[in-house]
Design a binder for this molecule. Structure first.
Ligand SMILES: C[S@@+](CC[C@H](N)C(=O)[O-])C[C@H]1O[C@@H](n2cnc3c(N)ncnc32)[C@H](O)[C@@H]1O
Length: 425
């Protein structure tokens, strides 16, 4: 069995090393591990291998603080110290951005590594003893792993995990549990939403169980039971609004919102600092604006601000969140980013454009559209370094330079990384 010295982490669960000059990817390895591996795949320019024994353990390793790691696919890097995780993320970020010659890439600041997630999406399965378990899929698998003891979910979500586990293990509900597609829970301040998505319509008896459950769970501000687009039950109770960044926000259950509030606050204030300076003439566009939080933080810097968002719930939330703001200067459009170019939205002087697309990044149509409208400044918030790099290359080819790059460790324990960057023409 070959021995390999692992050198660095990749964007994923693999550490990277070399055997006879050829790259080898090793899941759950840690840089500075020396390990005996079994080669599981050989390609022309790389191999894959699995650790069979660690002959010299890396000083960067730690014992996972979570009992579910690595079986639960929610976290990927808990076997590495927090400091190492950040340094490795910086390593692959620098590697990815080298061709773009950014002016400044700032070091990643630590954020709380535990209890930071406000949203969970539970999958359901029966274990070998017929017990209903609620948890995550294993990495690259559809096996469900119970997340009892999870260290990254906020305590309010974990209480709801325990409450749903008790409910679905009642005799009358165990069979119904296998009809559940997923249970989503999100806690934002005093607002707590639970969305139960089922595969086929539930009977009246099941619906009544959920009514009782809602009555008993006083932390819930909303519970919805639905199959596809058909809703069977919506229950609500009055709770104080969600307060964040010194004001209250409406965030509907199906609207996007950042999963880590401490991290989101750091990102949004950094974004604001990128626009520091006297108010600018012309228009500001916030593409993929969600519930409008970034639009609202930046609008006062411009004569006019526009938010564009394809999800109707999010866009309606943005309009509600606009209350009390300079309504005539901010406009939200419920439409796809692709469809705005050549319309009144992009007409006039475009001072700056901010974009925060989903993981897939901006589509070709958006990139082509940007090349046509050429705002003076572009800021880009991304949750995927790979698609960010692709789009940043395209933006750079339009005559922009990548200036400031901030990275945020929004999901400690995972390989994920949030990037905020500014470009000027
Ligand atoms: C990463 S979220 C960002 C939301 C917001 N900027 C924030 O910070 O909360 C991406 C958003 O883009 C929206 N979206 C996805 N594809 C879109 C498209 N083609 N056009 C416009 N919005 C889109 C999603 O509904 C989601 O709200």
């Amino acid at each position: 069995m070959p021995t390999v010295n692992l050198e660095k982490m990749t964007y994923g669960i693999d550490a990277l090393g070399h055997i006879d000059g050829k790259v080898v990817f090793v899941p759950y390895g840690v840089p500075q591990d020396q390990a005996e591996i079994e080669i599981t795949e050989t390609k022309t320019d790389y191999m894959r291998g699995e650790i069979r024994s660690i002959t010299a353990s890396s000083p960067l390793r730690q014992k996972s603080p979570c009992p579910n790691f690595p079986a639960c696919g929610g976290c990927h890097w808990l076997h590495m110290k927090s400091e190492t995780q950040r340094r490795e993320k910086e390593g692959y970020l620098h590697y990815l951005l080298t061709p773009l010659s950014p002016r400044n890439v700032y070091p990643i600041e630590p954020l709380s590594a535990e209890r930071y997630r406000n949203k969970m999406e539970l999958k359901i399965a029966l274990d070998a003893n017929g017990k209903v378990i609620l948890g995550n899929y294993k990495f690259h698998s559809h096996d469900v792993v119970d997340i009892t003891g999870c260290i990254v979910q906020c305590p309010e979500n974990m209480k709801m995990h325990a409450a749903f586990s008790r409910l679905l293990n009642e005799d009358a509900l165990r069979e119904h549990a296998t009809n559940i597609e997923s249970i989503g829970v999100r806690t934002l301040g005093a607002q707590q939403h639970a969305l139960i998505s089922v595969k086929t319509p539930p009977g009246e008896e099941i619906v009544n169980h959920y009514r009782d459950f809602f009555q008993a769970q006083e932390s819930l501000s909303r519970l919805e039971l639905s199959a596809g687009d058909t809703s069977f039950l919506t229950l609500m109770r009055d709770k104080p609004p969600f307060e964040f960044i010194r004001r209250s926000w409406t965030v509907s259950p199906r609207s996007f919102f950042q999963n880590n509030l401490e991290g989101a606050e750091a990102i949004y204030y950094t974004l604001q600092s990128l626009y520091d300076g006297p108010p600018q003439k012309g228009k500001f566009i916030d593409l993929y604006c969600g519930v409008g939080i970034q639009t609202m933080m930046l609008e006062h810097m411009f004569e006019e601000a526009v938010g564009v968002e394809s999800n109707m719930d999010s866009c309606n939330d943005a309009i509600r969140n606009q209350r009390g703001k300079r309504q005539q200067q901010i406009h939200f459009f419920a439409r796809k980013a692709e469809s705005i170019f050549g319309t009144q939205i992009t007409r006039g002087t475009l001072s700056a454009l901010h974009m925060n697309p989903p993981r897939t990044g901006a589509s070709q149509r958006v990139i082509r559209g940007l090349a046509g409208v050429k705002p003076r400044m572009i800021t880009y918030l991304s949750c995927n370094p790979m698609t960010f790099r692709r789009d940043a290359m395209a933006i750079s080819n339009m005559g922009y330079h990548l200036n400031e790059v901030y990275a945020f460790d929004l999901f400690p324990g995972t390989f994920h990384l949030e990037i905020l960057a500014s470009f000027t023409r």
